[in-house]
Design a binder for this molecule. Structure first.
Ligand code: HEC
Length: 109
Protein backbone atom coordinates (compact mmCIF):
# COMPACT_ATOMS: atom_id res chain seq x y z
CA UNK A 1 0.00 0.00 0.00
CA UNK A 2 2.95 2.24 0.58
CA UNK A 3 3.62 2.60 -3.14
CA UNK A 4 0.08 3.76 -3.75
CA UNK A 5 0.32 6.62 -1.34
CA UNK A 6 3.66 7.63 -2.85
CA UNK A 7 2.11 7.63 -6.31
CA UNK A 8 -0.74 9.74 -5.02
CA UNK A 9 1.70 12.16 -3.46
CA UNK A 10 3.66 12.43 -6.70
CA UNK A 11 0.54 12.96 -8.76
CA UNK A 12 -0.63 15.57 -6.33
CA UNK A 13 2.59 17.55 -6.48
CA UNK A 14 2.73 17.28 -10.28
CA UNK A 15 -0.76 18.69 -10.27
CA UNK A 16 0.33 21.59 -8.09
CA UNK A 17 3.39 22.43 -10.12
CA UNK A 18 2.05 21.77 -13.63
CA UNK A 19 0.53 24.65 -15.56
CA UNK A 20 -2.82 25.14 -13.88
CA UNK A 21 -4.76 24.29 -17.02
CA UNK A 22 -3.78 20.68 -16.64
CA UNK A 23 -5.56 20.42 -13.34
CA UNK A 24 -7.98 23.25 -13.98
CA UNK A 25 -9.46 21.12 -16.72
CA UNK A 26 -10.80 18.93 -13.98
CA UNK A 27 -12.94 21.74 -12.72
CA UNK A 28 -10.70 23.28 -10.12
CA UNK A 29 -10.53 27.02 -10.00
CA UNK A 30 -7.63 28.72 -11.69
CA UNK A 31 -6.03 31.61 -9.88
CA UNK A 32 -5.74 34.37 -12.48
CA UNK A 33 -3.56 36.45 -10.20
CA UNK A 34 -1.10 33.65 -9.64
CA UNK A 35 -0.92 32.85 -13.34
CA UNK A 36 -0.45 36.51 -14.17
CA UNK A 37 2.41 36.70 -11.70
CA UNK A 38 3.96 33.58 -13.18
CA UNK A 39 3.75 34.50 -16.88
CA UNK A 40 3.21 38.22 -17.24
CA UNK A 41 4.33 40.22 -14.20
CA UNK A 42 8.01 40.26 -15.20
CA UNK A 43 7.11 42.63 -18.03
CA UNK A 44 3.85 43.97 -16.65
CA UNK A 45 4.54 44.62 -12.94
CA UNK A 46 1.42 46.16 -11.37
CA UNK A 47 -0.19 46.28 -14.78
CA UNK A 48 2.59 48.45 -16.22
CA UNK A 49 4.86 47.63 -19.13
CA UNK A 50 8.62 47.76 -18.64
CA UNK A 51 9.35 46.98 -22.32
CA UNK A 52 6.96 49.44 -23.94
CA UNK A 53 5.79 52.09 -21.49
CA UNK A 54 3.14 53.18 -23.99
CA UNK A 55 1.31 49.89 -23.58
CA UNK A 56 0.37 49.17 -19.96
CA UNK A 57 -2.62 47.03 -19.05
CA UNK A 58 -5.05 49.67 -17.87
CA UNK A 59 -8.46 50.19 -19.50
CA UNK A 60 -7.51 53.40 -21.22
CA UNK A 61 -4.47 51.93 -22.91
CA UNK A 62 -6.23 48.70 -23.87
CA UNK A 63 -9.06 50.71 -25.38
CA UNK A 64 -6.69 53.00 -27.25
CA UNK A 65 -4.93 49.99 -28.73
CA UNK A 66 -8.08 48.11 -29.69
CA UNK A 67 -7.61 45.32 -27.12
CA UNK A 68 -11.21 44.48 -26.28
CA UNK A 69 -12.24 42.54 -23.20
CA UNK A 70 -11.24 39.01 -22.30
CA UNK A 71 -11.10 37.92 -25.93
CA UNK A 72 -8.87 40.80 -26.93
CA UNK A 73 -6.41 40.04 -24.14
CA UNK A 74 -6.31 36.34 -25.02
CA UNK A 75 -5.73 37.27 -28.67
CA UNK A 76 -2.82 39.45 -27.54
CA UNK A 77 -1.27 36.52 -25.65
CA UNK A 78 -1.59 34.28 -28.69
CA UNK A 79 -0.33 36.87 -31.15
CA UNK A 80 1.48 39.68 -29.35
CA UNK A 81 3.10 42.80 -30.73
CA UNK A 82 6.85 43.46 -30.78
CA UNK A 83 8.67 42.82 -27.52
CA UNK A 84 6.13 40.50 -25.95
CA UNK A 85 6.48 36.73 -25.61
CA UNK A 86 3.84 34.70 -27.46
CA UNK A 87 1.91 32.23 -25.31
CA UNK A 88 0.33 29.34 -27.20
CA UNK A 89 -2.38 27.16 -25.74
CA UNK A 90 0.16 24.59 -24.63
CA UNK A 91 1.88 27.15 -22.42
CA UNK A 92 -1.33 28.84 -21.29
CA UNK A 93 -4.49 26.85 -22.03
CA UNK A 94 -7.63 28.84 -22.86
CA UNK A 95 -9.15 28.45 -19.40
CA UNK A 96 -6.04 29.83 -17.80
CA UNK A 97 -5.74 32.59 -20.39
CA UNK A 98 -9.32 33.58 -19.59
CA UNK A 99 -8.60 33.69 -15.86
CA UNK A 100 -5.57 35.90 -16.50
CA UNK A 101 -7.59 38.21 -18.76
CA UNK A 102 -10.37 38.50 -16.17
CA UNK A 103 -7.79 39.27 -13.51
CA UNK A 104 -6.28 42.03 -15.67
CA UNK A 105 -9.67 43.59 -16.41
CA UNK A 106 -10.76 43.67 -12.79
CA UNK A 107 -7.41 44.67 -11.34
CA UNK A 108 -5.82 47.33 -13.55
CA UNK A 109 -8.35 50.08 -14.19
C1 HEC B 1 8.79 39.83 -22.40
C2 HEC B 1 7.90 40.81 -21.86
C3 HEC B 1 6.42 40.53 -21.82
C4 HEC B 1 5.75 39.48 -21.24
C5 HEC B 1 6.35 38.27 -20.52
C6 HEC B 1 4.35 39.75 -21.41
N1 HEC B 1 4.17 40.92 -22.09
FE1 HEC B 1 2.37 41.73 -22.62
N2 HEC B 1 3.34 43.21 -23.61
C7 HEC B 1 4.70 43.33 -23.75
C8 HEC B 1 5.01 44.36 -24.73
C9 HEC B 1 6.39 44.79 -25.19
C10 HEC B 1 3.75 44.83 -25.19
C11 HEC B 1 3.48 45.84 -26.30
C12 HEC B 1 3.36 45.00 -27.57
C13 HEC B 1 2.56 45.61 -28.65
O1 HEC B 1 2.96 46.62 -29.22
O2 HEC B 1 1.50 45.06 -28.96
C14 HEC B 1 2.74 44.11 -24.44
C15 HEC B 1 1.38 44.35 -24.58
C16 HEC B 1 0.40 43.66 -23.90
C17 HEC B 1 -1.01 43.97 -23.97
C18 HEC B 1 -1.64 45.15 -24.72
C19 HEC B 1 -1.47 46.40 -23.86
C20 HEC B 1 -1.94 47.67 -24.53
O3 HEC B 1 -2.16 48.67 -23.80
O4 HEC B 1 -2.09 47.69 -25.75
C21 HEC B 1 -1.66 43.04 -23.23
C22 HEC B 1 -3.15 42.94 -22.97
C23 HEC B 1 -0.64 42.16 -22.69
N3 HEC B 1 0.59 42.58 -23.09
C24 HEC B 1 -0.91 41.09 -21.88
C25 HEC B 1 0.06 40.20 -21.42
C26 HEC B 1 -0.24 39.01 -20.69
C27 HEC B 1 -1.65 38.57 -20.30
C28 HEC B 1 0.94 38.39 -20.43
C29 HEC B 1 1.16 37.07 -19.71
C30 HEC B 1 0.40 35.95 -20.19
C31 HEC B 1 1.99 39.20 -21.00
N4 HEC B 1 1.41 40.30 -21.60
C32 HEC B 1 3.35 38.92 -20.93
C33 HEC B 1 5.66 42.59 -23.07
C34 HEC B 1 5.40 41.42 -22.37
Amino acid sequence: MKSISITTAILFSVCLSATAGFCGAKGETIDGKKEFEKHCAMCHPNGGNIVNAQKPLNMQSLKANGVKGVKGIIAKMRKPGPGMTAFDDKTIPNKEAKAIAEYILKTFK
